[in-house]
Write a protein that binds this ligand. Structure first.
Ligand code: BG6
Length: 487
């Protein structure tokens, strides 16, 4: 599909770190039609040499791009045009129009949402918005349901829902899409995928990085808005939704929406019982000293009770999942970087082997999202040998994607998502009603925190979060499935 791509905010961090490397890879894979032009629309902070050098550096630093070959670089820089203008002025867009080569266009707003409205109006005034024009927008899409509605209204004043692509980059990750294949292309799991066989589910997204240079943005958001409202709830939806009847955008999004609407609201009187907020204090990560959140250079001595860690016990009130807890946790400056979904199955109904056979872990399915992507199924086996009592042990059946698909390159989330926008496929993008429902659930938690005013728990950088997070599961006689359990 041939369309031009206009990146507004083309000199921003996201563009250099994610968008140009993704576009470069797509180009190297032969997935961009020859006529496609990429316009880097920005204020002109960089002169041409510095701009292309920064693009190149972004590509070199990306985990997903191979070493740059001269011919590939030359072809890419032919397409990539730096354009200096003011994105809130129609006149700038009129001037830019001469650079476009195709009827269709994708406009990527890599800017703060506060200027979405004037940009959309300027695009419209310049005559750039036609029925085939697609617009891509990214989080933070609001900080509450009300502010999301406001942002969305501005975009919807100019674009229709079928033209709006709201990115959640987690949906572009290979392993996240594989969740759908695992659930819906295998006969094994679906019969067991419910409250009769599943005891509980844990979803962990742990990061080693702190908030670094994003301190002031992050401080107004916190982990709940930054990670749970979007990425973690999307993961939860994919794990728990009913099988969509068709693999088409609205069939999939309808099922996700039903889950978001069935989340048990966390009320004020319950909030401190089923959620934990934490903030990292100084500590050690891999033998190196790590500063606390308030000591990060960009904190500039400010006090803050913003959470950098959150754990939640969520429940879904429908007939498939009633009574099954979903424990979500995410945090910055944790001991390791890893994201995993762990499905804990119930014990066998009748114990055939006697209690001397060993302490057994019931079956677990572990979906490793990053790093070392893959899945592991913990099954109980007999330990070989001639002992009188059969000895049993839980051993993982391990499928590492690297080993299984060694000759395949795993594309970055942005490659997948940008290609889907080019192909006009909205399946992996969030619909407005999904975001509204997600915000409604999150707003209630924030309100509960504000009203109850419980002090934020501290955790040392390099740990697994505050001890309250362990207590959250201990109260249910469970424990977090930890990184070390699986190595
Ligand atoms: C972003 C958050 O959406 O996701 C960041 O704003 C976070 O705070 C990042 O670090 C994590 O993404 P990934 O792909 O590295 O897991």
């Amino acid at each position: 599909m041939a369309c031009d791509i206009i990146i507004i905010g083309g000199e921003g961090d996201l563009a250099f770190r994610k968008l140009y490397p993704a576009l470069f890879s797509l180009d190297c894979e032969g997935l961009l039609a020859e006529s496609i032009k990429i316009i880097a629309f920005a204020r002109g902070k960089y002169d041409a040499d510095a701009f292309y050098a920064a693009v190149r550096l972004g590509i070199e630093n990306s985990d997903y791009t191979a070493k740059i070959q001269t011919a590939d670089w030359e072809r890419f820089t032919e397409r990539l045009i730096q354009f200096v203008g003011d994105a809130t002025s129609a006149a700038s867009f009129v001037k830019m129009q001469g650079l476009l080569k195709n009827e269709e266009r994708v406009i990527y707003l890599s800017t703060p949402p506060s200027i979405f409205s004037p940009i959309c109006l300027a695009l419209d005034e310049a005559g750039l918005v036609e029925p085939s024009t697609r617009i891509v927008i990214e989080k933070p899409l609001g900080e509450s349901q009300a502010s999301f509605e406001q942002i969305d209204e501005h975009v919807q004043a100019v674009f229709e829902e079928h033209q709006i692509y709201r990115i959640d980059h987690y949906l572009g990750k290979e392993t996240v899409q594989n969740l759908l294949a695992l659930r819906f292309a295998n006969v094994l799991f679906e019969p067991l995928w419910n409250r009769n066989y599943i005891d509980h589910v844990q979803i962990t997204v742990a990061e080693q990085v702190g908030v670094g240079g994003r301190w002031s943005f992050y401080d107004s958001a916190g982990a709940l808005r930054d990670m749970v409202q979007n990425h973690m709830l999307q993961l939860l939806c994919l794990v728990t939704m009913e099988p969509p009847a068709k693999n088409t955008p609205d069939f999939v999004r309808d099922e996700k929406l039903k889950i978001l609407r069935c989340l048990r609201p966390i009320e004020r009187n319950d909030v401190n019982h089923v959620t934990v907020r934490g903030q990292y204090a100084k500590g050690q990560i891999q033998q190196g000293d790590a500063p606390g959140y308030l000591e990060e250079a960009d904190a500039k001595g400010n006090a803050s009770s913003t959470e950098t860690f959150v754990a939640i016990k969520a429940e879904i009130e429908n007939s498939r999942w009633n009574g099954v807890p979903f424990y979500l946790r995410t945090g910055k400056r944790m001991r390791e970087r890893y994201s995993e979904i762990m499905i804990q199955f119930k014990p066998v109904v009748h114990r055939f082997f006697d209690s001397n056979s060993g302490r057994l872990t019931d079956n677990q399915l572990i979906i490793r999202l990053q790093p070392n992507e893959g899945i592991e199924m913990k099954l109980v086996h007999k330990v070989p040998g001639l002992t009188e009592n059969t000895r049993l042990k839980s051993v993982g059946l391990d499928l590492s994607f690297d080993k299984a698909f060694g000759d395949h390159r795993s594309p970055s989330a942005y490659e997948r998502l940008i290609l889907d926008v080019i192909r006009s496929d909205q399946t992996l993008f969030m619909r407005s009603d999904e975001l509204l429902a997600a915000w409604e659930w999150i707003d209630r938690i924030i309100d509960g925190w504000e009203q109850t005013g419980k002090q934020i728990a501290q955790y040392a950088a390099g740990s697994w979060g505050p001890s309250e997070s362990v207590d959250l599961l201990a109260r249910d006689r469970r424990r977090w499935f930890d990184y070390d359990d699986n190595r």
